[in-house]
Ligand binder design. Structure first.
Ligand SMILES: Cc1ncc(COP(=O)(O)O)c(C=O)c1O
Length: 488
């Protein structure tokens, strides 16, 4: 049973929604109002201080932060003996921190740093390639298996420090990627030669992330706490302690991460060695945000039950299936489809094992030509429907789903002025992006029906007698377009 059964009770829990239909949960879901109240009340009545000071409030704050560190690991099923969590600003910062550590470690061992990354990766993961001495981009999942096999067989792989990086779920299409790669790496490669990084930003926001079995878990997990709870604005790098060696050699140090620094007469320092996070959390910790994580977990447990993410996964996949099914059924008066989807599986069936609650698509006119995604977005906005359009920071997903080659993309950039942040939505009959609707913890059935209703009323052509063709079985007589899209 869903804990948020209807729109009315949901609207009371998420007061900031007003009459908006929030279908941009993959960008960020919204915090329940209770969570914001709990945090304000805690921060307004308790004295929290910088844990780097020595006062009693500082010591208490440090204890509280360590307690929350344990809670967040527990939330992901991770044992504190085996895992550590490093708080960072967001997922991007977690990836950047890890990759910079890898660069410095490889350099300290006089090795190269080789990055293999999946083409479904977010831009923040793709950018890591600029720090690597060699990088490989995998088009297909099977390319990852081949890469692992090749590394296992090739003695020259020891001349490099190797990192396999991939998202748990595409932030563009919602496709869920295989989970067996960490096990494959462990079985075939030497532990200190090949490491795995899971970018769980999209996956963990609507799905339980279970790190209880270290033999099957990635070495490193980058996660957004913001995308799970809607608040606080925080990310985390979760690290298997037995894989932590490459994190020991980061050359940069900052306040809070060192036991001793000499600046005059010598350049010498000693890093903190108590724990992994001590040596990697630079400067003053985001104390209030970390305190808020404790409230966020508690709030989700009270709203969604003992295993909140399982409940959210169940609800969102039910709603996504409903959304995908309804969208795929829509037909224009001439029987042609209204939606071209990049998320639904080939046989048209939504399966939560392999698909998160995200649907990426473009809208088609009756003649099969595209409605610009920017137009869909502004028409949705008029109805207070919030969704996301464009290439969604997923360059590989864009190229694969919409068939863009590198030369065409360069030409679009150089000659037509197309930019991710200032796009030309259609170039030569091809879309440069998609419309993405994404469900989240706050979603209820009426959000789906409201969106389907919007698409039907706005884009589906109808017969002259006014009966929506989506409902009509036989196509006879003349048709007219009564859509509200001016260009239709
Ligand atoms: C899969 C994935 N990776 C990385 C990011 C970047 O996350 P953040 O904004 O937390 O840095 C996102 C953001 O949507 C994402 O979906």
């Amino acid at each position: 049973m869903l804990r948020l059964p209807d729109r009315k009770s949901r609207d009371e829990l998420y007061r900031q929604l007003g009459n908006h239909i929030w279908l941009d949960n993959a960008a960020t879901t919204l915090p329940p109002s209770d969570l914001l109240k709990d945090v304000a009340s805690d921060l307004g009545s308790n004295l929290y201080a910088n844990p780097h000071s020595n006062s009693k409030p500082s010591k208490d704050t440090e204890d509280k932060i360590e307690e929350i560190r344990r809670r967040i690991l527990q939330f992901f099923g991770a044992n504190t003996e085996e895992w550590d969590v490093v708080f960072v600003a967001n997922t991007t910062a977690a990836i950047k921190l890890l990759v910079e550590c890898f660069c410095d470690y490889a350099a300290s061992k006089k090795k190269g740093f080789r990055l293999g990354y999946h083409s479904d990766s977010h831009t923040s993961l793709v950018g890591a390639r600029e720090l690597a001495t060699q990088h490989d981009c995998f088009l297909e999942d099977s390319d990852v298996d081949t890469w692992i096999e090749d590394l296992a067989r090739d003695d020259r792989s020891w001349a490099q420090l190797n990192l396999l990086a991939y998202p748990g779920q595409s932030n563009m299409t919602g496709r869920r990627l295989p989970t067996h790669w960490p096990t494959s790496v462990r079985q075939r490669c030497h532990r200190s030669n090949v490491y795995t990084l899971l970018d769980a930003a999209a996956l963990a926001s609507t799905s339980p992330l279970n790190l209880s079995d270290t033999s099957r878990s990635p070495d490193f997990v980058a996660v957004s706490i913001l995308k799970i709870f809607g608040s606080p604005h925080l990310g985390a790098l979760i690290v298997q302690k037995q894989a932590a060696e490459p994190l020991s050699a980061r050359r940069y140090f900052g306040g809070g991460t060192v036991d001793m620094v000499i600046t005059i007469g010598d350049s010498w320092h000693k890093k903190k060695s108590n724990s992994l996070h001590d040596a990697l959390e630079y400067g003053t910790l985001p104390i209030q945000d970390i305190i808020a994580v404790g409230h966020a977990i508690k709030c989700y447990e009270s709203l969604f039950g003992e295993r909140p993410m399982s409940r959210i996964a169940h609800t969102t996949s039910h709603l996504a299936k409903m959304m995908a099914d309804e969208l795929s059924r829509l037909k224009h008066a001439n029987h042609r489809p209204v939606i071209q989807s990049y998320s639904m599986l080939e046989d048209g069936i939504y399966k939560s094992q392999s698909q998160g609650p995200i649907i990426a698509f473009n809208v088609l006119r009756p003649d099969g030509s595209l409605v610009a995604y920017s137009e869909v977005e502004s028409l949705a906005e008029e109805k207070k429907i919030n969704l996301r359009t464009g290439s969604l920071c997923n360059p590989g997903g864009l190229a694969k789903s919409l068939h863009w080659g590198p030369d065409e993309l360069r030409q679009a950039y150089n000659c037509l002025g197309h930019r991710c942040s200032d796009p030309t939505p259609i170039i030569g009959n091809k879309a440069t992006g998609v419309v993405r609707v994404s469900l989240g913890a706050l979603s209820v059935e009426s959000d789906v029906t409201a969106f389907i209703d919007f698409v039907k009323k706005t884009f589906v052509t109808r017969r002259k007698d006014g009966i929506a063709q989506a409902c009509a079985q036989s196509a006879t007589g003349d048709y007219c377009l009564i859509c509200t899209v001016p260009s239709l």
